[in-house]
Design a binder for this molecule. Structure first.
Ligand SMILES: [Fe+2]
Ligand SMILES: [Fe+2]
Length: 177
C-alpha cells in the first residue's frame, strides 16, 4: 500500500550550471592560490615520501591548470582592459609562469626522494609565493578598477579549469611513484 511517491515536483535543473555558480575571475584565481599555498605548507611539514609525492603531484597539476587558464583567458582579457603602461605587469607574470613551468617539468621527471627533489619543490613554492603576491597586491587590484567583466570571465575560467583538470590529471592518481 505504500506508495513510492516522490514529492520532488520542483525543478532540480537550476543547480548544475557551473556558469551560474562561478565566482568572479579574481576570486577564483585567489582561491587557487590559497589552495596551492596550503599544499606547499603541508609538503614542508611532512617527512613521508608517499605524502610528498601526492602533494607535489597535486601542486604541479593545480599550477599547470591555473597558469593555463590565466594565460588563455584572464591575462589576454586584462591586456585589453589595462592601459599600455600597465601591461608590463602581464608580461612579468608570463615570464614568472615560464620559470615555474620549467621547474614543474623537472619535478615531474623526477622521483620523490631523489637529490634536489625537495629543493625543487621548495624553490617552486618560493617562485609561486612571489608571483602570487604580485598578482594579488598589484595586478588584480588594478584589473578590478577596469571594466573587465569578471563574472563572465570567471564562468569561462571555471569551465575551462574543469576541462583541463580532467585532461591533465594522470590516469591513476599518483602513478609513476
Ligand atoms: Fe595566479
Ligand atoms: Fe599567474
Amino acid at each position: 500500500m505504500a506508495t513510492p511517491q516522490t514529492n520532488k515536483s520542483k525543478s532540480t535543473t537550476t543547480r548544475k550550471t557551473p556558469a551560474l555558480k562561478a565566482p568572479d575571475a579574481i576570486k577564483l584565481l585567489e582561491a587557487d592560490h590559497k589552495e596551492v599555498a596550503a599544499w606547499f605548507e603541508d609538503y614542508d611539514k611532512t617527512e613521508s615520501d608517499a605524502k610528498k609525492g601526492k602533494l607535489s603531484e597535486k601542486i604541479c597539476l593545480a599550477l599547470k591548470v591555473h597558469m593555463q587558464i590565466e594565460e588563455e583567458i584572464f591575462y589576454p582579457a586584462s591586456r585589453e582592459a589595462l592601459k599600455t603602461d600597465q601591461e608590463e605587469m602581464v608580461d612579468e607574470a608570463v615570464v614568472e609562469h615560464s620559470s615555474a613551468k620549467a621547474l614543474i617539468a623537472e619535478i615531474e621527471m623526477m622521483e620523490v626522494g631523489e637529490d634536489l627533489y625537495d629543493a625543487k619543490v621548495k624553490v617552486l613554492g618560493e617562485i609561486i609565493e612571489h608571483h602570487v603576491e604580485e598578482e594579488e597586491k598589484e595586478y588584480f587590484p588594478t584589473c578590478r578598477k577596469t571594466d573587465m567583466d569578471l563574472k563572465a570571465l570567471g564562468a569561462r575560467m571555471a569551465a575551462r579549469k574543469e576541462q583541463l583538470m580532467r585532461k591533465l590529471a594522470r590516469p591513476n592518481g599518483q602513478a609513476m611513484i
